[in-house]
Design a protein around this ligand. Structure first.
Ligand code: NDP
Length: 495
């Protein structure tokens, strides 16, 4: 048996396994073989991690640290991420099978969130209220919430953690991270940088294990103040319900069925590339996947043909190789789910233009691959157009005019992202107004930034990550009243 790398949790600054000594295997989606182990935590471990975070929130150096000092720690963490990006990206690829080229860029870019929110840490200001009570001085303070649980999925573990961790720490909270059990290794490796940056013990803690075993106990824990979650909408709903029982704050970043809309007046070759990158990058395993390609009838046949021919050239292979364009699916259950949806689409009468199964190549036989797949003549009431697949399946849907494009685009339970391809400036602005989604891209797709708020309308979530708004998700407002008058007037009457 090949030797496995063992990654331990960090609780209160100490590396450890689970309380009862169990481990979970982490498999490489390209080889299909386990390559690492992470602690299989249970309910005792939940208490240990939350207690450590809670202690660090109320005692020790963290609560008395100035905001400027906190900001410095975050910026130092950003520098360390830049230094170690290549190492972290390799771990991420072994766990989730995404392309090394993409993950290396993504991890390097993550540093910007820590630099940006480090800069914001000491710009969190309260205000003075010009109160109507003459002898009162009334002011507000923006204060952290307490222990924040960050629950992250398997598709981009470190980036999606960063979107939570950077603003939560800048605001002065303490943290318990629960990564997906499929892809915990990079998070545990990243904890070395938290220590090296100089964060006090207990400020950031990790808890690996199965969401089904420890998730509810973690969310419901009385010492947890907020849950920041990214994942599927069914799990998101159960996290929301558990958080509601304890009246906790939540941010939810859930699924999507994003429309990528091509008008006849678009630069068609650019739109084709936008369609490809919207669905086949990361093998379609992104919440922002442009999984519904809406194409105006006048260019429908041309776009179908061009998208299919372009996608047919995609090179599947080892995600570590720089020449690979499409890697495996991250988990075996997810691969099964994607393959099942191909059958669903066929059963519904969609026309398969490309792919539709697993690649028949001996060098890929151990990996969890599926073919880049395109279905045309999809109607928006088919399951393949309504449900999030989270894989490389594109559904192409025709439309006549702007009105119909808006109607189809908005006819979904989701509202995370959208794309519009047009050369008409008036149409671009009008579509941006009318599409009910947290992000609208015009003549581009998949752009994100630490500066730009990201989040969903409708069932795609609650709250915003990145940008200045994100820090508000981790703060609460206190109002302080100082009586400057002598004596207390009639105690039985509200002033
Ligand atoms: P989940 O939504 O179940 O997983 C996301 C995270 O939640 C993981 O860390 C998971 O842990 C954890 N979790 C699971 N159950 C609970 C619970 N009861 N309480 C608290 N945390 C919990 O994603 P899946 O892996 O099941 O994927 C299902 C579908 O979700 C995908 O097919 C895709 O459609 C969608 N998805 C969307 C993502 C997005 O970015 N919006 C990301 C990932 C998936 P554990 O892994 O240990 O179960």
């Amino acid at each position: 048996m090949a030797e496995r790398v063992r990654f331990e949790n960090v609780v209160d600054g100490v590396r450890l396994g689970s309380a009862d000594g169990r481990w979970i295997e982490s498999a490489n989606p390209f080889t299909g073989k386990p390559w690492a182990e992470v602690p299989h935590c249970g309910l005792d471990d939940v208490d240990r991690a939350v207690d450590a975070a809670h202690k660090a929130f109320v005692k020790g150096p963290w609560p008395s640290m100035t905001a400027s000092a906190r900001g410095k720690l975050l910026r130092r963490l950003g520098d360390l991420i830049e230094r170690d990006a290549a190492r972290l990206a390799e771990i991420e690829v072994k766990d989730n099978g995404k392309l090394l080229a993409e993950m290396a860029g993504q991890v390097r870019y993550m540093a910007e969130w820590f630099h940006y929110f480090g800069g914001l840490a000491d710009k969190i200001e309260g205000g003075v209220i010009p109160t109507d009570k003459p002898d009162m001085f009334t002011y507000t303070k923006r204060e952290p919430l307490g222990v924040v649980v960050c629950i992250t999925p398997w598709n981009s573990p470190l980036l999606l953690l960063t979107w939570k961790l950077a603003p939560a720490l800048a605001a002065g909270n303490t943290i318990v991270i629960k990564p997906s059990e499929f892809t915990s290794c990079s998070t545990l490796a990243f904890m070395d940088l938290i220590a090296e940056a100089g964060f006090p013990q207990g400020v950031v803690n990790t808890l690996t294990g199965f969401g089904s075993e420890i998730g509810t106990a973690l969310v419901e824990h009385p010492k947890v103040a907020k849950v920041a979650f990214t994942g599927g909408d069914a799990t998101g709903a159960s996290v929301y319900a558990a958080a509601a029982r304890g009246i906790k704050h939540v941010t939810l970043e859930l699924g999507g069925k994003s429309p990528n809309i091509v008008f006849a007046d678009a630069a068609i070759d650019d739109a084709v590339k936008g369609a490809i990158s919207g669905i086949f990058a990361a093998s379609g395993q992104t919440c922002i996947a442009g999984s519904r390609l809406l194409v105006q009838r006048a260019v429908y046949d041309e776009v179908c043909e061009k998208v299919a021919s372009f996608a047919a050239t995609a090179r599947l292979g080892d995600p570590m190789d720089s020449g690979t364009q499409v890697g495996p699916i991250t988990t075996q259950p997810q691969r099964r789910k994607v393959l099942d949806y191909m059958e669903v689409a066929r059963g519904e009468g969609a026309r398969c233009l490309l792919g539709g199964g697993t690649p028949d190549r001996p060098d890929l036989k151990d990996g969890w691959f599926v073919e880049p797949t395109i279905f045309a003549d999809v109607s928006n009431d088919m399951r393949i157009a309504r449900e999030e697949v989270f894989g490389p399946i594109l559904s192409i849907i025709p439309f006549e005019d702007d009105e119909e494009a808006v109607e189809i685009a908005n006819d979904t339970i989701y509202g995370l992202a959208s794309g519009v391809w047009t050369s008409n400036i008036r149409r671009a602005f009008t579509m941006a107004d009318r599409i009910r989604a947290g992000t609208v891209w015009v003549n581009t797709y998949r752009a994100v930034s630490y500066l730009a708020p990201f989040g969903g309308y409708k069932k795609s979530g609650i709250g915003r990550e990145s940008g200045q708004h994100a820090i508000d998700e981790y703060l609460q407002t206190k109002c302080v009243w100082i009586n400057l008058a002598e004596g207390v007037p009639n105690p039985f009457v509200l002033r």
